[in-house]
Design a protein around this ligand. Sequence first.
Ligand code: AMP
Ligand code: GLY
Length: 430
Amino acid sequence: MRILVVGGGGREHAIVWKLAQSPKVNKIYCAPGNAGIGMDAECVDIKAEDIDSLCAFAKDHQIDLAVIGPEVPLAMGIVDEMEAAGIRAFGPDKSCSRLEASKAFTKSFLARHNIPTAGYKEFTDKQELLDSVGIFGYPMVLKADGLAAGKGVVIAENEADAKKAIEEMMGDRVFGSAGDKVVVEEFLSGVEASMLCFVDEKTIVPMESAQDYKRIFDGDKGPNTGGMGTYSPSLVFDPELEARIRREILEPTLAGFQADGLPFKGVLFIGLMITKDGSKVIEFNNRFGDPEAQSVLSRLESDLCDIFLAVTENKLADVEIKWSDKKAVCVVLASGGYPGSYEKGKEITGLDKVDEDVVVFHAGTASEHICDASSCRSAVVTSGGRVLGVTATGATHEEARQKAFDNVGRIAFEGMQYRKDIGIINENLL
Ligand code: AMP
Ligand code: GLY
């Protein structure tokens, strides 16, 4: 099989790394990829949003399967375009991608199918929203309807903050057209957890769970990020809770897709709030989480290529999906200043000192030729906010955590920051 993976972050590195283990796979291209992906696949200099060029590349290179990592090309309809060009593609089509690309679309889907979620109201008029400030009390949850690179949610503690956020979203249009519609939700308190599922038109199969750390600083302080680390499995779940989520959320979601004529095929990422009154859906994403993929795929024993092919053929029910009992911890190393502005081009050292059984997934990295007065050498440098995901497995969460942090200590670049509490189990949360 000849595969094209679209994207160039840590999630795509984890997908490429896992696909490379499949005996069926003899060639992997990744567009645009990054320095680490370049060790497992051939990187192609095409942006993930350049759908015409990706389709042309896939045709020219006899690609048997295109795997789409990020949400933006999915929302643009890359899967529809690939299929129209005769290329098999893994990921939801444009109609189903609205489940991530529009919060209002998802809220109405959830409400229509009686799937537990926070109560909500949508607004397209700034004045009407200002007049309704605090409709569900405080904190007030405000969400830009469209894609905003994970930054479109504001939890305002009081009226002044809420009004400021409304002005920014609908007046200054800081999220562009994504904020032309704003969804206001009831505030839910509880424990958050991510559940990723493989989905085809007949079947929904949850993967092993993962716990994400969204804030930049230890103890869940500071601004939100794309995710600073994960561990898998999440200890929030037990068999009873899982059975309830299957009954109250997964099965009605699949039935809802069928009833609404949404031919969802791909990965459905369900953001959950586990509350006193049961689990509620916070959001749907239509792709693997990043860095959830890094710890979850590290524990997958089955052939990922078989699963992807089965999903595209609506034969997910026929594949056996096996997981390792080992626990996984992924620690993200980020650029100084992230999630605000940061510098790029810092040389990364110590990647060659990492233990053989620890995987360093690359996110924002690039290869560069560095020359000084006496010589030239090739180096790996930073090129993004989240740079690396150091991922270790072990018999226990603690063993995986120790191993991950031991190896983190061998890697360095100027300004490097990471959370020290990834994988520390906070019993109070459970
Ligand atoms: P989202 O992009 O919808 O996942 O929201 C980003 C983050 O905002 C979530 O991970 C939660 O921490 C928080 N959040 C979103 N919706 C709610 C809600 N209704 N109640 C409380 N927190 C929320
Ligand atoms: N880690 C959260 C996400 O991928 O959206």
